[in-house]
Design a binder for this molecule. Structure first.
Ligand SMILES: Cc1ncc(COP(=O)(O)O)c(C=O)c1O
Length: 471
């Protein structure tokens, strides 16, 4: 696999190497761990960092920076924000980490001067941190603008180096995957949509059967954003490996909520985005397994190892790394279990006895089939007539709650979506009317157990309100 030369600005910008120029360290030579998430990463003179220059963990500085970030942040009440799967508020730690670097790491990381080197260094540190958290090598991380771009790069960038064949995707993919798949269809690829069961899960046996030629590419959503289903990726990936078929996994909803080690997963490409895990909006990453080659979708520069042209968003990458570190630490402190599962389970216990509510997707019971921070419901009248999920969202919004009727992408689609049914619920076998009655609650670390206490009563009142309007 052609490894990125991330810290050589000459190769990154496609210009001749300057022998006079102080050479920064390559990403794989930088010390991968041992500096604080919030450590004082100060502007520095060009040249490799000496050991003494590496910021050491400084909890006092960290907590001061976080306090400042909290103080500077507008007083937004997050105690009723249950829409983490749409996006999540940036963590104070992330804001503090970004603020720490904003004045220093502004330059173009491909530039052949000191400020450029400072930016390049921060970018490569972020890459190292991301790679460490994902269980891969820094040269296998491609920063990009978010999940949608990562997915397009994975599919279109892979396909560009292949003969057209068959692409398999599940029936519950994110619209970004479907859009990339439609582009491939226009390029002569066959698209086959694998059905899912009532829980939104793909049948491994069916996948195994469909992996025969001309299948060359598979793309699967790991954690389904609307109904929370977790595909058994290790099992499905093993089948793809056996068949020699490349697998891309959309891990946008999983990142930060499940421990993830790409080195131990039979997955070739994995997409993630920062804003779902309290990082900044506008930055994502595609992680590549060793040996996986791609054609860039955006040319013009040799940034990101030639896989994605364009000046890198250094500060956003830094925020992404800070957010992922935070989430990884939270998981590690709880033996790999997202502490939000407990909060989510308690919420379900309160909601499940209520009239007119049913679960969609897998049961939140710790069996590992559902995203740990996620709950999805179907709402109906007392006599079983489906109620509008969108109307429920609005009724709850009037009570200050932020929830969603499905994925944010379909919620934003305007009148068509208001009239339409969720393609995800339809694919799971629900009727068109039921498929309009979805409600999604997705939790984040900003929530305290007591925040959720009033929710059940408000949901019940909102549902009764809509029920009354039916008759
Ligand atoms: C499962 C999934 N994949 C991809 C995306 C797209 O990510 P982004 O918004 O960063 O482009 C989303 C966002 O909602 C998602 O939930």
């Amino acid at each position: 696999m052609a490894m990125a030369e991330p810290l050589n600005p000459s190769s990154r910008s496609g210009t001749e190497a300057d022998p006079e120029r102080p050479q920064p360290q390559r990403a794989d030579q930088l010390r991968p761990t041992g500096f604080s998430r919030l450590g004082p990463e100060r502007p520095r003179a060009p040249g490799p960092l000496s050991e003494a220059e590496w910021p050491s963990p400084d909890p006092a500085a960290s907590s001061t920076a976080v306090r400042h970030a909290r103080a500077a942040a507008p007083a937004v009440d997050l105690s009723r924000y249950l829409d983490a799967s749409a996006t999540s508020p940036p963590a104070p730690e992330v804001l503090a980490a970004m603020a720490d670097q904003a004045a220093a790491a502004w330059a173009n990381p491909s530039s052949l001067h000191g400020p450029g080197l400072v930016a390049a260094e921060l970018l490569e540190r972020s890459r190292i941190r991301l790679a460490g958290a994902l269980g891969t090598e820094p040269g296998q991380i491609v920063f990009c603008s978010g999940g949608s771009e990562a997915i397009h790069l994975a599919l279109l960038g892979s396909a560009a180096l292949m003969q057209p064949g068959r692409l398999l995707v599940s029936a519950v993919e994110h619209p970004a995957t479907l859009a990339a798949a439609a582009q491939l269809q226009r390029q002569g690829w066959q698209l086959e949509i694998l059905p899912v069961d009532r829980l939104g899960l793909v049948d491994p046996q069916l996948l195994a059967e469909r992996l025969a030629p001309p299948t060359r590419l598979v793309s699967l959503i790991w954690g389904q954003s609307e109904v929370g289903s977790l595909q058994p990726i290790a099992r499905l990936g093993a089948l793809c490996r056996q068949a020699g078929v490349r697998l891309h996994v959309d891990a946008v909803q999983v990142l930060g909520h499940l421990p993830l080690n790409l080195a131990q997963l039979p997955v070739d490409l994995l997409s993630g985005t920062a804003h779902k895990l309290q990082g900044p909006r506008g930055v994502g990453a595609l992680a590549l397994a060793p040996g996986v080659e791609l054609a860039p979708l955006i040319g013009g520069g040799s940034q990101e190892g030639g896989r994605r042209g364009g000046t890198e968003p250094v500060l956003l990458a830094h925020g992404f790394a800070a957010a992922l570190d935070l989430a990884t630490e939270r998981l590690a402190a709880a033996a790999g279990q997202d502490p939000l599962a407990q909060l989510r389970n308690e919420l379900w216990q309160r909601l499940s006895p209520l009239e007119g509510l049913r679960l969609s997707g897998p049961v939140p019971d710790g069996s590992g089939q559902r995203l740990p921070h996620h709950l999805s419901l179907l709402v109906s009248s007392h006599d079983g007539r489906p109620l509008s999920g969108r109307a429920m969202v609005q009724a709850l919004a009037r009570r200050g709650w932020a929830v969603s009727s499905g994925s944010a992408c379909s919620s934003a689609s305007g009148a068509g979506a208001a009239a339409g049914a969720s393609p995800i619920l339809l694919a799971m076998g629900y009727s068109p009317l039921e498929a309009r009655s979805g409600l999604r609650l997705s939790l984040g670390p900003w929530l305290q157990p007591q925040d959720l206490e009033p929710f059940a009563a408000d949901l019940d009142t909102a549902r009764r309100e809509l029920q009354a309007a039916l008759t």
